[in-house]
Design a protein around this ligand. Structure first.
Ligand SMILES: Nc1ncnc2c1ncn2[C@@H]1O[C@H](COP(=O)(O)OP(=O)(O)OP(=O)(O)O)[C@@H](O)[C@H]1O
Ligand SMILES: [Mg+2]
Length: 363
């Protein structure tokens, strides 16, 4: 069994007058794992998160971190001992990126030189060029600002990282990138991360465990993401998880059984000379990287391709690659991004079917 890092024991938060924002929350958060709080707006996710570092004090109940009651530590000290990342990067506008990252180590007594050196290293850790350190926050893109926010939260090397919708203000492509980056980081750092989102897709991608909250601050289900997709505990969870849950569940199945077939390829130049083609041909550049498809009736036009499939990807990606391709064949690429062949939707379905019958013990 995983070791607990943070424990909520019958925690309730009632703001003046109103209904409970968090109602009798009891849960145990695993050490070194990502736990995601997900749920509709106003269900108490932020309140629950902020009670961990005492930005909000519970009305009743206790919270322990590493076995110690959080009220036994002065609030300011507790806050500095945990990384905190919010939706708007929360960076100080009149300080350089490096100084922003160095803030908490400085407060903890690190020398200016040491704090800066550490900040410089962290830029690299979160995938930013070191030259960005001298800039001010307003001179960065939204995605870059969020990366700085993550670097700042990591600066004091805290065991616990609290993240409140850190990626929700950036566009979907950047968001995808930031999610991958966080998983890569977590693979190396193994922090205890509590991550808030209202996006069930983000929750299932990132979470080792997912806590679904219902309005009124009640915990509706707390389980591994594939479990929540496979067996929602109530109608509320089922409707929150949504009608795509069957499709999303494929993100937890490996695609080993899917065969990659050879595919005829042409270069742009060959296509221009030959004009049109009878069947679908994959158009590649000089380094064999896919550019799109040449199809029947399309003349020398290149039809944009769908999503790409890589060996080791999940069944969800395999199916998406096949279904999003104009030819009905998903393009597989190798680690260098060169076309390695194609996968067929019907064959992906066959693997899904056999996977299901294995899981459900045959028909
Ligand atoms: N400072 C406050 N004073 C009074 N009520 C508050 C305060 N902060 C939050 N609430 C109320 O507590 C409930 C839970 O709010 P909370 O911010 O925790 O929700 P949330 O799940 O984070 O929502 P969202 O997805 O919109 O961020 C809401 O009904 C909210 O209006
Ligand atoms: Mg919130």
């Amino acid at each position: 069994m995983a070791e607990a890092m943070i424990e909520f024991q019958n925690v309730t938060k009632q703001y003046q007058g109103g209904q409970a924002a968090v109602d009798g929350l009891t849960m145990s958060i695993d050490k070194g794992a990502i736990t995601v709080f997900v749920g509709p707006s106003g269900c108490g996710k932020t309140t629950s998160l902020r009670m961990i570092n005492r930005m909000v004090e519970p009305t009743s109940g206790t919270i322990t971190v590493g076995g110690a009651d959080v009220t036994s530590v002065p609030a300011a000290q507790l806050r500095r001992s945990m990384g905190y990342v919010m939706q708007s990067s929360g960076l100080m506008p009149h300080r350089s990126v490096l100084d922003n990252i160095a803030t908490v180590p400085r407060l903890n007594g690190a020398s200016k030189a040491d704090a800066r050196k550490r900040a410089q290293e962290l830029l690299d850790v979160v995938g930013l060029a070191s030259s960005l350190g001298k800039r001010y926050p307003s001179q960065l893109s939204g995605g870059q600002q969020q990366r700085v926010g993550v670097a700042r939260a990591l600066a004091a090397d805290p065991p616990v990282l609290l993240m409140d919708e850190p990626f929700s203000a950036v566009d979907p492509v950047v968001r995808d990138e930031l999610q991958k980056e966080l998983l890569r980081l977590q693979h190396d750092l193994a922090k205890t991360i509590v991550f808030v989102t209202h996006d069930i897709d983000e929750a299932t991608v990132l979470g080792d465990k997912v806590a679904v909250f219902a309005v009124g601050g009640k915990l509706a289900q707390y389980a591994a993401p594939q479990e929540i997709l496979r067996a929602p505990a109530s109608d509320f969870v089922a409707s929150f998880v949504g009608r795509d849950r069957g499709f999303r569940h494929l993100a937890f199945s490996p695609s080993d059984g899917v065969t990659i077939h050879p595919v005829p390829t042409v270069t742009r130049e060959q296509l221009r000379q030959e004009g049109s083609t009878d069947g679908w041909q994959l158009v590649v550049d000089g380094a064999l990287r896919p550019l799109g498809w040449a199809g029947p009736g399309a003349g020398a036009q290149i039809v944009p391709g769908g999503s790409l499939f890589r060996k080791g990807d999940t069944l969800r990606r395999a199916l998406d690659a096949a279904l999003s391709s104009p030819s009905g064949l998903g393009v597989a690429v190798d680690d260098e991004g060169r076309a390695a062949g194609v996968i067929a939707a019907a064959e992906v379905f066959a693997v899904i079917e056999s996977d299901r019958s294995v899981r459900h013990g045959g028909l």
